[in-house]
Design a protein around this ligand. Structure first.
Ligand code: NZQ
Ligand code: ZN
Length: 397
């Protein structure tokens, strides 16, 4: 088992109807709240309730409703200005990963002292010049889309439209003080967003499971269990969007998939590094980008760890054909996973998103620019070369 340091200070308030506690939780953190959320009203009902709750608790609030998916740093800068002008002492993020990550970057940006906000971002893994923020305004996060786990981690993923890049800010000050997880807020999610979110949550564990350490029984048992729970509950929610039990399972799974429990001692997320380039260069939404890349990535590397992949097949996908080797079971499991993604309405090929073979060199260059380490490879166990990424992308067409 690898050694690790684990810390997660986020207070989680979980359950149907707990949005009602948002006012009192906010009042414990500040008096003037900037509420950060989407532009186009998909969570308008939640925002209206929040407004009333904040008023009733004596928290003065102002809204910054300019968040778009894959939050651009230019939008974050406008949010920072609004927070400063308003005199915010608390930032509340309401929405999916984009809204929560924007809230985090704004909360840090208000107190940032190292110049351009893009300096906060790990924009190159080979020449790390990032100056992560050291302080942020207190954060209250209210997820409405179970996916990214931003509500209980120290990461904010942002984009730069001018640079054509997407990468992350990683800093202790980005942990929220409090996260309010109310599964009822997710009932309005369209099937596509629900499915993309759940597949993304699986990926946060799968990346570590297949690329991480070889010996940690508890970790592997836990990883397989949380992935299985999502695979069991996603189809229920897609048929019955207000199924309270299944919505609650998905919400807690998504949070737990990326709050550190699934990755003690492991750090590699190479599929995400490719996914971010698919988003910044080709506009593919986050969940789809990861969904497309996972099966070909797994096929490429399965022979290195056949027993691990076979356990995924048996325990997550429920595939256990008799008389097969582990490698054959692994192959069947990957195909079952691909079919599952497809049945849930999420793309499984790059060509569905208009990407062709001619685009692949540019995508590989994008991965190199941001994510290759100083040794000229993508950090992973084992490290991955540009040639291998090209092969995997080609298989994903
Ligand atoms: O566009 P509208 O119609 O407003 O739809 C919104 C939103 O644009 C809709 N939505 C959210 N909650 C809803 C809802 N619609 C109806 N009812 C609700 N309750 O969902 C659309 C997509 O939202 P977005 O926040 O972009 O999705 P997601 O949660 O998948 O977040 C993706 C972003 O998070 C980053 C991704 O890279 C991407 O930028 N990630 C953040 C991570 C982190 N902080 O730890 C890790 C992840 O791996 C990921 O990289
Ligand atoms: Zn993700």
């Amino acid at each position: 088992m690898n050694g690790f340091i684990y810390r997660n200070p986020v207070k989680v308030v979980f359950g149907n109807g707990v949005l009602a506690q948002a006012g009192t939780e906010a009042a414990m953190l500040g008096k003037r709240a900037l509420v950060v959320s989407y532009t186009d009203g998909s969570v308008a009902g939640t925002l209206a309730k929040l407004r009333e709750l904040l008023d009733a608790s004596g928290v003065v609030s102002e809204e910054f409703l300019e968040v778009t998916p894959n939050p651009p740093i230019e939008m974050v800068a406008r949010g920072v200005e609004k927070a400063k002008t308003f005199g915010a002492d608390l930032v509340i993020g309401v929405g999916g990963g984009s809204a929560m990550d924007a809230a985090k970057a704004i909360a840090a940006g208000v107190l940032y002292t190292h110049g351009d906000l893009w300096n906060m971002v790990y924009a190159s893994h080979s020449n790390v010049t990032a100056q992560p923020p050291e302080a942020a305004l207190p954060l209250l996060l209210i997820p409405t889309l179970p996916a990214t786990g931003s509500e209980m981690n120290m990461c904010s993923v942002v984009s730069s439209t001018t640079r054509g890049q997407k990468s992350y800010i990683w800093a202790d000050c980005l942990f929220a003080k409090t996260a309010i997880l109310d599964p009822e807020l997710t009932y309005t999610l369209p099937p596509f967003q629900t499915a993309c979110g759940a597949i993304d949550a699986i990926s946060h564990v799968l990346e570590i499971y297949i690329n991480g350490q070889d010996k940690c029984d508890l970790l592997h048992t836990w990883q397989l269990g949380v992935m299985r729970t999502i695979v069991d509950n996603l189809p229920i929610v897609l048929k019955d969007p207000t199924n309270a039990d299944a919505r609650a399972e998905l919400m807690w799974c998504a949070t737990c998939c990326i709050n550190g429990w699934a990755s003690p001692g492991d750090a590699w997320t190479p599929i995400h590094q490719i996914g971010h380039v698919l988003t910044s260069r080709h506009g593919i939404n986050h969940g789809s980008s990861i969904a497309i890349m996972m099966p070909p990535w797994m096929s490429h590397f399965k022979a290195l760890k056949p027993a691990r992949y076979a356990a995924f097949a048996r325990q997550v996908m429920g595939i256990d054909p008799p008389g097969m080797t582990d490698l054959e079971v692994a192959t069947a499991g990957i195909e079952a996973f691909r079919a599952f993604i497809k049945e849930c309405g999420v793309p499984t090929t790059l060509s569905e998103k208009g990407v062709t073979a001619a685009d692949i060199p540019g995508i590989v260059e994008g991965v190199k620019t941001v994510s290759f380490n100083a040794d000229g490879v993508l950090s992973c166990n084992p490290p991955v070369t540009a040639e291998e990424i090209t092969e995997i992308l080609t298989a994903a067409l």
